[in-house]
Write a protein that binds this ligand. Structure first.
Ligand code: ADP
Ligand code: MG
Length: 313
C-alpha cells in the first residue's frame, strides 16, 4: 500500500500560555482531498505551519512524503505547493511574472516553465489579467493569483489554508472547481476552512478540530452518523398546545421538539419514517398544518453536538 503523504503524531504547539495544538494526530493518504475544518483559532494554520516546518513545535512528530520535515528539507518542499492564508505576492511584478517567479524556484527549464505558468494562468482563469499588477486586482482575483503561484510547479501535495475567505461567489466556485481538478490530475490536497459547506462539497475525508484537538474524523456521511441527530423536521402550525407538544416529544425517535413563532421544529435520531409518525399524530388530533420540510444534519450540527457551540462565531 502507498505510504501516507502526511503523518502527524501527538503534535503539541504552544505560543506562551496558548495551547494551539493539543496532541493532534492526522494521517493523510495519497489522492485525498483532506479537509481540516474548525472555527477561527482552532489551530488550522498552526498545524499547516508545522507541516511545512515553518514553525517549531513542542512535542510530537510530523512526517511529510515519508520523511521528518526540517526547515531545510528542500527535496520534500519541491513536491509541496502552498497557498497560505495571507496573500503573498510581489507588488512590483505582474500576474504572469509573479507566477513565473514562484514556479522558477522549482522549474529551471525555460520552456517547461513557460508552459507551466501558462497552465497555471488558465487554471485560475486569469488570462485577461496576465499583465496586471496585483494592486489592480479585486480580492477574489488576487486570491486566484495567490493560488496560481502556489501550484504552478505541479506539486504532488497541495496545501491550501482558507483560500476562499472574503472571496466573491464566482471566484469561490472557480477555486473549488480548480482544487477538484488538481486532485483529479493526481495531487493530494489538504484544505483548511471554517466554511462547512465548502468542506462538504469537495473533501473526501474531514477532520474536525477545536481548540487544537481533533474531535472527529471521517467522510461527511460518517461524521453525520456519529451524532444523535438523524433528521430535523420543521412544520408550520398555527396552534399547538403544551400538551400536544409534550405528546410529540414522546413520539418514537423524537429527542427534541420546540414550538415557536408558529413553527414546530423536531430533532429525530436515525429512525425511519419519522415524518410519517409525526404527521399521523397531527392528523389524528386534527391539528392543521402548512408547510413541512425536513433537513439532514450538517457538519455544523456535528460540531454543535460534539462541542456545544456553533462552528461559526
Ligand atoms: P486557525 O488557523 O484555526 O484560525 P491558528 O492556528 O491561527 O488558528 O491559531 C490557534 C491559536 O493559537 C489561537 O488561539 C491563536 O490566537 C493562537 N496563535 C496563533 N498564532 C499565534 C502567535 N504567533 N502568537 C501567539 N498566539 C498565536
Ligand atoms: Mg488560520
Amino acid at each position: 500500500m502507498a505510504q501516507p503523504v502526511v503523518v502527524i503524531e501527538n503534535l503539541v504547539k504552544r505560543y506562551k500560555e496558548v495551547l494551539a495544538l493539543d496532541h493532534l494526530n492526522l494521517k493523510i493518504e495519497e489522492g485525498e482531498i483532506f479537509g481540516l475544518l474548525g472555527p477561527n483559532g482552532s489551530g488550522k494554520t498552526t498545524a499547516i505551519n508545522c507541516m511545512l516546518a515553518l514553525l517549531s513545535f513542542d512535542k510530537g512528530s510530523v512526517k511529510v512524503l515519508g520523511e521528518e520535515i526540517q526547515p531545510d528539507s528542500y527535496e520534500i518542499k519541491r513536491n509541496i505547493g502552498v497557498v497560505l492564508q495571507n496573500v503573498a505576492v510581489f507588488e512590483e511584478l505582474t500576474v504572469w511574472e509573479n507566477i513565473d517567479y514562484f514556479c522558477g524556484l522549482y522549474i529551471k527549464d525555460k520552456a517547461t516553465r513557460k508552459a507551466y505558468v501558462k497552465d497555471a494562468v488558465e487554471f485560475v482563469g486569469l488570462e485577461e489579467y496576465q499583465k496586471f499588477f496585483p494592486k489592480k486586482l479585486s480580492g477574489g482575483l488576487l486570491r486566484r493569483l495567490n493560488i496560481a503561484c502556489g501550484i504552478a510547479h505541479k506539486p504532488k501535495l497541495i496545501i491550501l489554508d482558507e483560500p476562499t475567505v472574503a472571496v466573491d461567489p464566482q471566484s469561490r466556485n472557480r477555486i473549488l472547481e480548480g482544487i477538484q481538478k488538481l486532485n483529479e490530475q493526481g495531487a493530494t490536497i489538504i484544505y483548511t476552512s471554517h466554511y462547512m459547506e465548502e468542506v462538504e462539497q469537495i473533501c473526501s475525508r474531514i477532520a474536525i478540530i477545536d481548540k487544537g484537538r481533533k474531535i472527529a474524523e471521517g467522510s461527511k456521511e460518517e461524521l453525520k452518523l456519529m451524532i444523535k441527530m438523524g433528521e430535523k423536521i420543521h412544520i408550520d402550525i398555527l396552534e399547538l398546545s403544551e400538551g400536544q407538544l409534550a405528546d410529540i416529544r414522546r413520539l418514537r425517535h423524537v429527542y427534541q421538539a420546540d414550538y415557536a413563532e408558529n413553527r414546530l421544529s423536531i430533532c429525530c435520531n436515525g429512525g425511519k419514517h419519522n415524518l410519517v409518525h409525526i404527521l399521523d399524530y397531527l392528523q389524528k388530533n386534527e391539528i392543521g398544518f402548512g408547510r413541512v420540510y425536513s433537513e439532514l444534519p450538517t457538519l455544523n450540527d456535528v460540531f454543535l453536538e460534539m462541542t456545544g457551540k456553533e462552528l461559526r462565531d
